[in-house]
Design a protein around this ligand. Sequence first.
Ligand code: 1GP
Length: 248
Amino acid sequence: DTIYNNIKSAIKENKKLLAVLIDPDKVKVENLGKFTQKINQSIATHIFVGGSTVEENETENVVVELKKHTKLPIILFPGDVIQITDKADGILFLSLISGRNPDYLIVKHVEAVPKLFKSGLEVIPTGYILIENGKETSVECVSKTKPIANDNIETIINTAKAGEYLGQKLIYLEAGSGATHPVNGNIISEVKKRLGVPLIVGGGIRTKEALDLAYNSGADLVVIGTAFEEDERFFEDIKSPLSAKADI
Ligand code: 1GP
């Protein structure tokens, strides 16, 4: 459980973690070398690879290329079973607990087992909670599930806690890639107060202020994809002691 234990020890030392999300659909493999150098020089501690609509083999090609350029842990954040590759280090074994579609709660997980069994991937059970953000995101479309309204704080808290009681080792509050509004600070802090496992927050974070707000509200690990895809200078914007790099 190296990845998970490192996350837990970083949190114990009050370090904040940052995952750069790479969607194999949105990158060219030949550009990844340069992009990964930027990641290496930044405060990022993890690389997540995944997306909602990725074709077979694309994920593996991306992971293999990333591995040539970085020592950061590469963790699959899969939208589907075909995105599983044993070339990564770990996988967020996501259960979409905000939704009521059995496919994303258990069906695809059963299908994934033969692949996971053969792989050396560290499997990290993760309760994935989609929160309304102002527009329909691809998670909502693909999974055919409704996000939880962002003023329904009670349900968000209870869903996160139910995930923890079910044994999920991480809880991920997701506004959706490219979200208009990231998960708000109040939701993050209310969930964090009651949660005994590390909290991941992502979706729509595009400024240093939004990143710091997420951290200060209680996010242990923040995931950012779109902002880096759109402008690599964002790596520079977030250089600061407030979100100091953890040694992982
Ligand atoms: C999406 O939470 C991640 O699943 C990251 O979202 O692309 O908006 O940064 P962005």
